[in-house]
Design a protein around this ligand. Structure first.
Ligand code: AMP
Ligand code: GLY
Length: 425
């Protein structure tokens, strides 16, 4: 098979690494890829949001399957375009990707299909949004409706803060058009987890749970990021909780989307809050998580390619995936300054070679003219290891982190602390 992966982050490196290991694959391309991905795939200089060029490349190179990593091309309709050109693609069409592209759509879908989620209302008018926010207990959550690169959610400790958040989104256009419409909702108390399931539009195959660390600083402090590290499985996802997530959240969403003419093919990523009343949906995403995908790919024993094909072909019923029972931990190394502005081009040396139980995925790297790896962007490496326990996986990951020579980089030193605290009990 000839496969094209779209994207350039750690998620796409993990996917390429896993896909390249499949005996079914003859040729693997990645657009645009990065310096780490170049070791397992041929990188093509086409941006992940250049729908026309990606489609033309897939036609010219007679690609058998396109695997779309990030949300933006899905929400823009890359899969629709590829399908119209007769090319098979893993990922939802535009009308199903709207579960991530519009938070208001996602919340209304949850309401229509009785999926437990935070009490909310959506608004096109700032004054009405402010009036509703005042009726909610504190803290209040204000969300820009559209894609805002993970920054469009503000947890407001006072009603004044909520009004200011609404004002800056709807009147100040802090997130551009993404904030023309907002969702105002109640705050859910509990422990957060990420849950992933594959779907072919009709059938659903649960994958595994993971937890990521969104805050930049140790002890889960400081501003939100795309994710500073992750681990899988998430101990909070007991078999009972996973069963409830499947029956109360994932299956009703897949069935509901299909009944509304928006069949969802691809991977459904549910952000869940495990509350005292059980699991509640925070949000849906239409793609793998980053860095959750890195830990999932290390834990996946089965060939990933037949699973991706089954989603595209509608043959996911009776499909099974095998997973290593081990835990996986990934530690993200970022350029100093992240999640604020960062300087590109610092040199990274001594990136450890791959081992059976550990791999360094690249999230934002380039190889310079002298062949040396440089950091480009905020999140740069995802150092990922497997272990019999979370503690063992964490120790291995930090052992590799400490071998890397990159003075301009930093990482959190406590990834997986919650799971390790539980293991210790
Ligand atoms: P998002 O950008 O939609 O992933 O949301 C960012 C983060 O905000 C989530 O991962 C949660 O930690 C938090 N969050 C969003 N909505 C709520 C809510 N209703 N209650 C508590 N936390 C929330
Ligand atoms: N790590 C969270 C996300 O990919 O959205």
């Amino acid at each position: 098979m000839r496969i094209l992966v779209v994207g350039s982050g750690g998620r796409e490196h993990a996917l390429c690494w896993k896909i390249a290991a499949s005996p079914l694959v003859d040729t693997l391309y990645c657009a645009p890829g990065n310096a780490g991905i170049a070791a397992v795939a041929e990188c093509v200089a086409i941006g992940a949001e250049d729908l026309d060029k990606l489609t033309q490349f897939a036609i010219d190179q007679t690609i058998d399957l396109v695997v779309v990593g990030p949300e933006a091309p899905l929400v823009k309709g890359l899969v629709d375009k590829l399908e119209a050109a007769g090319i098979r693609a893993f990922g939802p069409r535009k009308n199903a990707a709207e579960i991530e592209g519009s938070k208001g759509f996602m919340k209304d879908l949850a309401a229509r299909h009785n999926i437990p989620t935070a009490r909310y209302r959506r608004f096109l008018d700032a004054d009405n949004a402010k009036i509703f926010a005042r009726t909610l207990p504190l803290p209040v959550v204000v969300k820009a409706d559209g894609l805002a690169a993970g920054k469009g959610v503000i947890i407001c400790a006072s009603h004044g803060e909520a009004e200011a958040a609404i004002e800056s989104m709807m009147v100040g256009h802090q997130f551009g058009q993404a904030g023309d419409s907002v969702v105002v909702e109640e705050f859910l108390e509990g422990e957060e987890l990420s849950f992933f399931a594959l779907s072919d539009g009709t059938h659903v195959l649960p994958m595994v749970s993971a937890q990521d660390h969104k805050r930049v600083g140790d002890g889960d402090t400081g501003p939100n990021t795309g994710g500073m590290g992750a681990y899988s499985p998430a101990p909070v996802a007991t078999p009972e909780i996973e069963a409830r997530i499947m029956t109360e959240i994932i299956r009703p969403a897949i069935t509901g989307l299909k009944s509304e003419g928006r069949a969802f093919k691809g991977v459904l990523f549910a952000g869940i809050m495990v509350t005292k009343d059980g699991p509640k949906l925070i949000e849906f995403n239409a793609r793998f998580g980053d860095p959750e995908c890195e830990v999932m790919c290390l834990r996946l024993m089965s060939d990933i390619v037949p699973a991706l094909q089954a989603c595209v072909d509608g043959t996911l019923e009776d499909f099974a995936l095998r997973w290593y029972p081990d835990s996986a931990v990934t530690v993200v190394m970022a350029t100093q300054g992240y999640p604020g502005s960062t300087k590109s081009g610092s040199v990274i040396r001594n990136i450890p070679e791959e081992r059976d139980d550990a791999t360094v995925f690249h999230c934002g790297t380039k190889r310079n003219a002298a062949g040396v790896i440089e950091a480009h962007g905020g999140r740069v490496l995802a150092v990922t290891a497997l272990g019999k326990s979370v503690r063992e996986a964490q120790a291995k990951a930090y052992e590799l982190v400490d071998q890397i020579d990159w003075p301009e980089g930093f990482c959190r030193r406590d990834i997986a602390w919650r799971a390790i605290a539980r293991e210790g009990k």
